[in-house]
Design a protein around this ligand. Structure first.
Ligand code: SAM
Length: 285
C-alpha cells in the first residue's frame, strides 16, 4: 500500500536494467505519475519491467516550475515518483528543489534506495581507507578545476569524482599538476555495463593507461583518488602544543608558527608540521 499525497524518490539502475529493487518496481507500477529526467530513457527501463505508469518530464531546467505542478497533484491526493536517467535522484542529478518544495508544503517524501555510481565504484575498488568524500563533477574549465582540486589537497579522505569521457584526460592531467604523480587513482568505468573496467594505479600511470587505448576513454567514469597522507603528529610538549593552538586560533598559520617558534624555542619545521595536522584535524571535525 502506498501513502496518498506522497512523493517517492526512487533510485533506478546505472546501466544494468536488472539493478532495480523489488520495492522500486512496486512503487513505480502503482504511483499515479512518474516525474523523469528524460521520458524516452525511462520508458525503456519501465517497458523492460512491464510498467505503464504515466510519465512527466522533470529536468534541471524546468524543476522549479514542475515542482509546482507536482504540488498540485499531491494536493489532489495523488502519488508521485521521481526518477532520473540513472542512479539515485539528487546525487549529481535533479531532485533537491522538488524535494524541498514538497517537504516545505508538509507532504511526505519517501526515499526508495538503490544504485549509485560512486557507492558502486567504491564497493569494488578495494580501498582500505574507511573515509571518502563524494565531490561529484569538477568544473569543466581547467583553471577552475585546478583551484577546486587545490582546496582538496590536504583532505585525507578518498576523493570521489564523476567525470565525462571527453574530459577524463584533462582531469587526470590537472590532478597530476595539483597532487603530483604518485597518488593512487582508481578508474571505474562503465559500471554494470558490457565494458565495465576497474583499474587502479598511480596518477601518472593512469594517464599513460588512458592514452594507450582510446577505448578506455569512452563511457561513464567515476574517479577515486587517494587522500593526503596525514603527517604524523610530531612529539611536542603540551605547553608548546597549547601555545601553538592559541596562536592558530587568532593568526594565519605561518605567523602562528613563527611566533610559536620564538615563544617555545622548539624546532620550526616540527611546529609547522604540527600546525598543518591541527588544521587538518579541525577541518575534518
Ligand atoms: N545520480 C547518479 C548516481 O546516483 O550515481 C549520477 C548521475 S550523474 C548525472 C552521471 C555521472 O555519474 C556520469 O557522468 C558518471 O560520472 C557517473 N556514472 C553514472 N553511471 C555510471 C556508470 N555506469 N559507470 C561509471 N560512472 C557512472
Amino acid at each position: 500500500m502506498l501513502t496518498k499525497s506522497t512523493l517517492y524518490v526512487v533510485a533506478t539502475p546505472i546501466g544494468n536494467l536488472n539493478d532495480i529493487s523489488l520495492r522500486a518496481l512496486d512503487v513505480l507500477g502503482k504511483v499515479d505519475v512518474i516525474a523523469a529526467e528524460h521520458v524516452q530513457t525511462s520508458k525503456h527501463l519501465l517497458k523492460s519491467h512491464a510498467i505503464n505508469t504515466r510519465l512527466m518530464t522533470l529536468h534541471q531546467h524546468n524543476e522549479t516550475a514542475v515542482a509546482e505542478k507536482i504540488l498540485t497533484l499531491l494536493a489532489a491526493e495523488k502519488i508521485v515518483a521521481l526518477i532520473t536517467d540513472a542512479g539515485t535522484p539528487g546525487i549529481s542529478d535533479p531532485g533537491a528543489i522538488l524535494v524541498n518544495r514538497v517537504r516545505e508544503q508538509g507532504y511526505q517524501v519517501i526515499p526508495v534506495p538503490g544504485a549509485n555510481a560512486a557507492v558502486c565504484a567504491i564497493s569494488a575498488a578495494g580501498i582500505t581507507n574507511p573515509h571518502f568524500l563524494f565531490y561529484g563533477f569538477l568544473p569543466t574549465k581547467s583553471g577552475l578545476r585546478k583551484r577546486e582540486l587545490e582546496a582538496l589537497k590536504l583532505q585525507s579522505c578518498v576523493l570521489i569524482f564523476y567525470e565525462a569521457p571527453h574530459r577524463v584526460l584533462a582531469c587526470v592531467s590537472d590532478m597530476i599538476a595539483v597532487f603530483g604523480e604518485q597518488r593512487q587513482l582508481t578508474i571505474a568505468r562503465e559500471l554494470t555495463k558490457l565494458f565495465e573496467t576497474i583499474h587502479s594505479c598511480s596518477l601518472v600511470d593512469a594517464l599513460v593507461w588512458l592514452k594507450a587505448d582510446t577505448n578506455q576513454q569512452k563511457g561513464e567514469f567515476v574517479l577515486l583518488l587517494s587522500g593526503a597522507e596525514l603527517t604524523e603528529k610530531p612529539e611536542m610538549s603540551e605547553q608548546a602544543q597549547h601555545t601553538l593552538k592559541c596562536l592558530l586560533s587568532e593568526l594565519p598559520l605561518k605567523q602562528a608558527v613563527k611566533l610559536a617558534t620564538e615563544i617555545t624555542n622548539k624546532n620550526k619545521n616540527q611546529l609547522y608540521k604540527l600546525a598543518l595536522s591541527l588544521k587538518e584535524e579541525k577541518r575534518s571535525l
